[in-house]
Ligand binder design. Structure first.
Ligand SMILES: Nc1ncnc2c1ncn2[C@@H]1O[C@H](COP(=O)(O)OP(=O)(O)OP(=O)(O)O)[C@@H](O)[C@H]1O
Ligand SMILES: [Mg+2]
Length: 499
């Protein structure tokens, strides 16, 4: 196979309170895609941040094409042909696609920004990625999936020889995903080295040749994917823990309605949304990305205005209509967008876990009872297996998956009667996903009503006792919990009516 194009040798990195990487070695050949896998907090992003020049390792060396290189900044990484598609996107929403893509490398002509050149080179990569928006579109009007494509376009711009993808598909539609995979295949034939981080193990078998598995900051295994199974990889990632695939679906007959939505409308967004959610029920809101599922959730809890419609909540003495935003007193909303809606990033794990719960934690003197706050936060950190060095650690320094667990944890503390979970396991590893599923069942068994939104069909099928299917802002179908994958996919695509 010749010599690897990229070699990282003996890389170690310590953060205050945590050894994130311990003498990790990693290699990749020209023209191949290597999957970098591991549980949440295993050190994947940290290793790639070292390669991308965002972090300096304490020890270790990097060789490219057999030559030792020093990568002490993102610019040095670019100069060495390395591009990075980040897990969490940082963009300037009021600026255009072209401006965001060129942010660190504005083309200048005699010292003046060359707008024409900027838009032309942007148009070229957008076409290559098959994007439908133009270079002068403002980021703020783009969907999460489109923004992810902009991030990928930015990486391609410098014509890199190594591209790092850190969970690139978590917000892409299946069509965007297919296009990304096509682009990756083409890049490989051009000799580009791809490093691919994901928690979707089916994806790595689809586009990667090899895998390297990290666990607790060390390399624990890997090899050619043609010689490995999913089970082998899960075993390397998390060891011998039994994954809970049990399905506790039960019937909703004769159970109390706790949330009743009637004729919810928001012009151009959602239309005539009516349904009931029962005590102890896990109701799946299913549909393709962009079908309006998140918009329904946001309207119910008053985050977006509605044109008309009624929301009733069973507050203990039957159903009562409530005003927008009042719903937030009874409904815990776990959002998919932890960066913008979910977390206060500079604040500590403990503070973040208690935000939703300040009321419950108020002591007689209306001061936050610090001991109780610590107890609760510790309990849920343990229960969700959140990897932190201390409760005082700022949330922004947690791994992506562990940030998501904090979002879930704070709502568990509050223990509301109704939960809306919008992509609750996005970015979580297989073990953590199973744990969240188990928690959802427990909540339902304990009498909570849970509305779940997930783009992962396996997850939907494992969870839902009943499904509402959305398409273009409307509920187009209701399916039983026993529905097959084909039935769900067909209904979401609008094909079910034709059968
Ligand atoms: N800036 C930082 N300060 C302190 N600790 C950090 C910092 N960045 C990362 N860590 C810690 O290093 C460890 C590895 O985190 P990393 O982000 O590399 O995990 P990951 O494998 O990418 O996980 P995920 O799948 O959840 O994204 C975690 O314990 C994390 O909290
Ligand atoms: Mg990560």
């Amino acid at each position: 196979m010749g010599n690897p194009y990229l070699e990282m040798r003996g890389v170690s990195k310590r953060f205050p309170g945590v050894q994130a990487l311990t003498s990790v070695s990693f290699e990749a050949y020209a023209g191949e895609a290597v999957a970098l896998i591991g549980a949440n907090g295993a050190g994947k992003s940290t290793l790639m941040n070292v390669l991308g020049g965002n972090l300096q390792s304490d020890e270790g060396e990097i060789l490219i094409g057999g030559q030792a290189v020093s990568i002490n900044s993102p610019l040095a990484a670019t100069a060495n042909g390395i591009a990075f598609v980040h897990q969490e996107m940082a963009m300037l929403p009021t600026m255009t696609v072209a401006e965001n893509i060129h942010i660190s490398s504005f083309p200048t002509r005699a010292g003046i920004i060359d707008r024409k050149a900027m838009e032309a080179s942007t148009a070229e990569v957008l076409t290559r990625l098959g994007c439908h928006f133009t270079p002068d579109t403002r980021i703020q009007v783009l969907s999460t999936g489109d923004r992810q494509m902009v991030e990928i376009a930015r990486a391609l711009l410098s014509k890199p020889s190594i591209i790092i993808f850190d969970e690139p598909t978590s917000s892409l539609t299946s069509r965007e995903k297919a296009r990304l995979f096509d682009v990756i295949r083409t890049l490989k034939t051009e000799g580009v080295t791809i490093i691919y981080i994901t928690h979707f193990l089916d994806e790595i078998f689809n586009i990667c040749e090899r895998a390297t598995v990290l666990r607790g900051g060390s390399t624990v295994g890997g090899g050619l994917l043609s010689e490995l199974t999913t089970a082998d990889i899960v075993h390397m990632m998390i060891g011998d823990v039994g994954l809970d695939t049990r399905s506790a679906k039960h019937s909703t007959q004769q159970r109390e309605v706790v949330l009743k939505v009637t004729g919810l409308n928001r012009r151009g967004v959602i239309k005539d949304i009516s349904f009931s959610l029962h005590k102890g029920e896990v109701l799946g809101l299913w549909g393709l990305l962009g079908s309006g599922r998140t918009e329904v959730a946001r309207a119910i809890i008053g985050l977006d205005p509605i044109d008309d419609g009624q929301i009733e909540i069973n507050t203990g003495s039957g159903l009562h209509p409530i005003r927008p935003r009042e719903a937030q007193r009874w409904i815990g909303m776990v959002t998919e967008d932890r960066r913008n809606e979910g977390l206060l990033l500079p604040m500590s794990v403990k503070q973040n876990m208690s935000i939703a719960n300040l009321r419950g934690l108020l002591s007689r003197w209306k001061l936050i009872d610090n001991r109780r706050e610590t107890e609760l936060a510790t309990h849920f950190v343990n229960r969700l297996n959140i990897i932190i060095s201390s409760l005082g650690q700022p949330v922004k320094t947690l791994s992506g998956g562990n940030q998501q667990k904090v979002v879930v944890g704070r709502w568990l503390e509050l223990n509301p009667p109704i939960f809306i979970m919008d992509e609750p396991t996005r970015g979580l590893d297989v073990g953590a996903k199973a744990e969240i599923r188990r928690i959802i069942f427990e909540l339902a068994e304990g009498g909570a009503a849970v509305l779940v939104i997930s783009s992962e069909i396996e997850e939907m099928m494992a969870l839902g006792e009943r499904y509402l299917v959305m398409n273009r802002g409307q509920i187009v179908n209701e399916l039983p919990g026993t529905s097959t994958k084909n039935e769900l996919m067909g209904a979401a695509a609008g094909a079910a009516q034709m059968e």
